[in-house]
Design a protein around this ligand. Sequence first.
Ligand code: ADP
Length: 678
Amino acid sequence: MSAASTDPKRTGLEKQGLEDTAPPQSSDQLSKVMSDLPIAIYSCDRNGYITYFNDAAETLWGRRPVTGIDRWCGSWKTYHPNGYPIATDMHPAAAFLKEGVENEGEEIIIERPDNTFRNLLVFPRPIFHNGEISGTHNTLIDITKSKKNAENLTLFSAIVESSSDAIISKNLDGIIISWNTSATRIFGYTEVEAIGQSIHMLIPPGLRDEEDMIITNLRAGRSIDHFETVRLSKDGREIPISLSVSPLKDSKGEVIGASKIARDISEQVEKEVALYESSQRLEMLNTIGKAIASKLDIPDILQLVTDSFRQVTGAVWGLFIYNMAANGEEAQLHFTYSGISEEEFQVWYHTTGQDFYISLLSDDRTRRVDNFAETTGYDPKIIESTTSLGHLPIVSYMGVPVLYGSGEVIGRMSMGHTLPGKFTQAHEELVTSIARQAAVAIVKGRLYAEVKTMNERKDEFIAMAGHELRTPLTSAKGYLQMLEMRDPDLTTAAYIKKSLSQLDKLQTLIEDLLDISQMESGQLKLEKDVFDLVRLVAEVCENIRFSQSTHEVIFEKPMRIMAVEADRHRIEQVLINLLTNAVKYSPKAESVRVSIHHREKEVTVVIKDQGIGLTADQQKNLFQRFYRAQKNSSVRGMGLGLYLSKKILNYHESEITVSSALGKGSKFAFSLPLFPMD
Ligand code: ADP
């Protein structure tokens, strides 16, 4: 390294400077020390040309300077810490040389040849030669790292302070060691109040175990993420929070405490609770709606609705005033109530009187009152009467109209509570929904009542008409049979036979219609007997053989009795229906087959044909009233036989089954319990 010669003269500046500071060439040791120093040192002559530099200076330079050619700041641009560039001749070392300005420890920023920046503290000192300043040497301390750390620290504190979450740290004994602004906002304690206190002051007594769990995790170096729990504020409120806890470690990696981030989730919890409550309400409405919709009888509907709105609002009593009269007619009131006895209602009714309730029905608005006695807008007489002896007390009150279609008030739902402010907006919405469902159900109930009346009239008519038709039919058949016995000529005999067969069909039809009307009004009575089903099947087969000549009826008759307890006549009806169908719907076949067998405690009859068969869809609808699979069939029928057969078997708690393939034939079967004969 080159060195400037020194002068031992002392000046004001000399006290701080070196006397010929370049390391003596002779002293290898000192030269090595200078060279190895971790801080950059260089010297230059009066004109700023480099005369000496150590390794750290070379590194900082970014390249190796050439002594005597490079000047002190040749490879850098320099800036003030505020970012303004420093003019070349105002560089601290240059300024020192030029003006003797003492700017020791001044901070500058350099931009190196590779465009990286460094923060430096500069310590320029003079070099004397013969008492004259012959140059300068400069010591540069690189403070980039500590500067960055300080900046990071400031940034970090700003982040911690501006966080909307509480950020708290504590040592392993649970003593709070830091506390940010949001911690104060959420928990109410100031930083001064909190630091030094145990973290237990925030934990509800019942949750102290949580802290042990947290500490155990921390000691094991584990973090806890988004743990939802509750903490206490200074004023004793419970605050739902989401907690994340991470271990704090010292430079050796030892866990020395924990940092906690607590997020106040009260709002989120409130929203969740509100969501839960509204889904509960929807669920409740849904259940009530289904229950209401399943009822057809108006008094049942009204009672269910009254119980429901009282239950969902928590009202002490509920009253449904229903106007049975059709629009425009004089009001006919029907009351259902819940939470009060018949006697209580009577007292109430007589206190206020019918007119009061009628007047309520002209009100098509919802009324919600926190304290009835203090509310203006109600007739004082009513208020007085509601607090009079015998009347159930009303403090909170809510009345909701039941509106139909164009706004006709068909009823009003009233409810009350003995305490004030019991009915909320949410209750009002719920009850309004129930009122809507009630209106629909009531209208449906009215229609149902109408249909029921009409149906009863129809049944009466069929029963009466059936009876009136049977009598002339029986006498017409009687006369024809008498004619048949008088040896008629062949043509007349043929006509008589045809007429009798047509009258038989008419008779079956009348009987079927009568049966159906009886079954549907629940009036069909079974006349049960114990009889041999094998024998009955054999008889029916014989009759079918006799009444038609197109098909052979094959019955594989078992050689034993199979007794059942049933209505013989009705089962015969089923057998005739099935066998007639088997013949009717297998025009190209020559036979139909009947079999009967028993398995365990059941006896099953199977009627099989090789006829036109049925599609899967047709099979599904087969047992409906008036259903005919082949709409334009030339085969006569009303679509009542299978419907009746199914009903008869249902009356016997049995089912009829079908399996069929289009064009291949069908198999109908039914079973009855075998009657034990021993
Ligand atoms: P109907 O025979 O008077 O029309 P049913 O109630 O006895 O009335 O039968 C209903 C319909 O089922 C019939 O119209 C016919 O389309 C179909 N059906 C009944 N039995 C058979 C069968 N064995 N094969 C094919 N179709 C049948």
